[in-house]
Design a protein. Structure first.
Length: 542
């Protein structure tokens, strides 16, 4: 009997391995996100923004020259103009992956990091005591709202690091320890990955301010301790942001950029969200629930949570690019509070009642879901093998989507756009197509503008808008910049103006974009003489 008992009871190591092999609910959540993003076709949209192209080529430049660029290298409108490539570390990572696996590798990286971020957010809600069912609904809403900015660009690192940082901050508020100071070296890395490091500084500052308000109202020693702790942490992390190739000049550049009224008005992702469609409806649900909960928190004098919700709600209403940040910050707070309300309401409900069943199941499965297993890495490895073995498919794109970029047009006229010898032609096109031209043909090409709105300033930005909209100055601007080739989206007013202008020749219309070429003066005279001869001949002939 003793032998039977000894062999029947697993050791701690056996339990550990069993836990690693047995899938958890978070594994199924992560797997569902991967399937939705890649098998469901959502991965195609990750390359819906051309900025990915110039990020790759910036990384190539850094790897080749072993230095970050300090002057513009992509345009003929701002040659040698000071430029801050503040996302240089992301660019290098993108370039390395692109060299090994092409665009497929970058899509896989972006998709996996987005799914990891959503899973971390889900686990944070469960860790904070959230009911499983409430946390699952909030995670789906947060992921849907955040998908408005699901693109293979450096901001994916901000999403991931912010989700981890907010969980670490919540953990420290519950039980302070030295782990919170890891945010300082994380910030030093973050500042070189993406400008979203400012979100962490804002959250730390709001946390310190919240404890300051709580101390003013309650005079609690604990509030004073946290006020000092997070004020120092905010200062330390702020100093860590100086660990970038440009030093304090990066901060001055960012401040100037974010104060630009033209950028805020002209760049779509800085504009307020348009409340149409499923994604914005999901944001609305989180927004209204968060604002209502902020009011409750204020009555409880829980100023930290209230300030975080109110600040990022206002930021999200001002700029659609802040919607994912609002979701990451607000969802765990919201679910923690809703679970408290739910538990209070169901406290005296029978375990056999519907409310009691949902309460008990939500608590039981939430506790069992927070464990690490091997299945998430296995799924990522399987996706990587699928990518490596797939030459070309709808899931693994080897080029930017043809529905948004005139890929076939650029392929057909590549020799004209980027000649192997001779002078580079001056090309005007949209900023996103300029990104793609840089990706395809750099260093054999220079473009008018691309997605780096911080580089061009209001003056050039307004001229670009005038050209795109067919402003009365369009001819003067094309002449001023010596534009020889124009690749214009079919819906632009400029397309119709160029069709009617005898100084331009329509070379190709592929239904998405139209390629125009400026006629040379000699050719124009020849064509005019030929037209006159034909007219005289028609007049003289009976």
């Amino acid at each position: 009997m003793q032998a039977l008992t000894t062999t029947s009871i697993p050791t701690a190591k056996t339990y550990s391995w069993a836990g690693m092999l047995l899938p958890s609910l978070t594994d199924f959540f992560f797997a569902a996100l991967l399937l939705w993003l890649f098998v469901g076709g959502g991965g195609k949209s990750l390359l819906g923004d051309g900025d990915t192209g110039w990020h790759i080529r910036t990384g190539d430049y850094i790897l080749e020259h072993h230095a970050v660029p300090r002057k513009d290298i992509f345009t003929f409108t701002r040659p040698n103009e000071p430029w801050f490539a503040w996302e240089w570390l992301s660019d290098v990572l993108f370039a390395r992956i692109h060299q090994a696996w092409g665009l497929k590798g970058i899509v896989l990286l972006a998709g996996v990091l987005l799914c990891v971020t959503a899973t971390i957010l889900f686990c944070h809600m469960l860790w904070s005591g959230g009911n499983l069912f409430l946390a699952l609904v909030a995670a789906i809403l947060a992921n849907g709202a955040s998908s408005v900015h699901f693109l293979a660009r450096p901001h994916i690192f901000t999403f991931l690091l912010l989700a981890l940082s907010m969980w670490l901050l919540a953990r420290d508020r519950r039980r302070p320890d030295r782990a919170i100071w890891l945010l300082a070296p994380a910030t030093a890395i973050w500042v070189n990955l993406h400008g979203g490091f400012l979100a962490l500084i804002a959250c730390l500052g709001l946390t310190a301010a919240g404890y300051g308000l709580q101390w003013l109202f309650s005079r609690g020693s604990g509030d004073l301790f946290f006020l000092r702790r997070y004020s120092i942490l905010t200062a330390v992390c702020s100093l860590a942001t100086l660990a970038n190739p440009y030093g304090y000049r990066l901060h001055m550049h960012l401040a100037e950029y974010l104060r630009s009224s033209f950028v805020m008005d002209a760049v779509q992702e800085f504009q307020s969200p348009t409340f149409r469609g499923e994604r914005m409806f999901q944001f609305e649900v989180l927004l209204f629930a968060g604002l209502a909960m902020a009011g409750v928190l204020l009555t409880k004098k829980r100023f930290v949570e209230a300030l975080l919700i109110l600040f990022w709600a206002q930021a999200a209403l001002t700029s659609v690019r802040h919607v994912p940040i609002f979701a990451i910050v607000a969802a765990p707070i919201l679910i923690g509070q809703l679970t408290e309300v739910w538990n209070d309401w169901t406290r005296f409900k029978s375990r056999n009642s519907i409310a009691g069943i949902f309460r008990d199941l939500g608590q039981e499965f939430a506790a069992k879901s927070l464990r690490a297993t091997i299945w998430a890495p296995v799924m990522v490895f399987a996706m990587a093998m699928s990518m490596a073995s797939s030459a070309k498919s709808d899931t693994w794109l080897d080029d930017f989507p043809k529905a948004k970029f005139p890929v076939a047009l650029f392929n057909q006229y590549s020799a004209r756009l980027a000649p192997a010898t001779g002078q580079m032609p001056r090309i005007f096109t949209s900023d996103e197509w300029g990104d793609y031209l840089t990706y395809r043909f750099y260093p054999s090409i220079r473009i008018f503008v691309d997605g780096r709105s911080d580089l061009y300033g209001a003056a050039l930005g307004k001229e670009y808008v005038k050209l795109a909209s067919g402003n009365y100055e369009w001819e003067r601007l094309l002449d001023r910049y010596g534009i020889e080739i124009a690749i214009v989206p079919v819906e632009w007013p400029l397309a119709e103006l160029l069709k009617r202008d005898t100084g331009w020749r329509l070379v190709k219309d592929d239904g998405l974009g139209i390629l125009f070429e400026r006629r040379s003066p000699v050719l124009m005279k020849t064509e005019v003489s030929a037209e006159r001869s034909n007219s005289i001949t028609r007049y003289l002939l009976p």
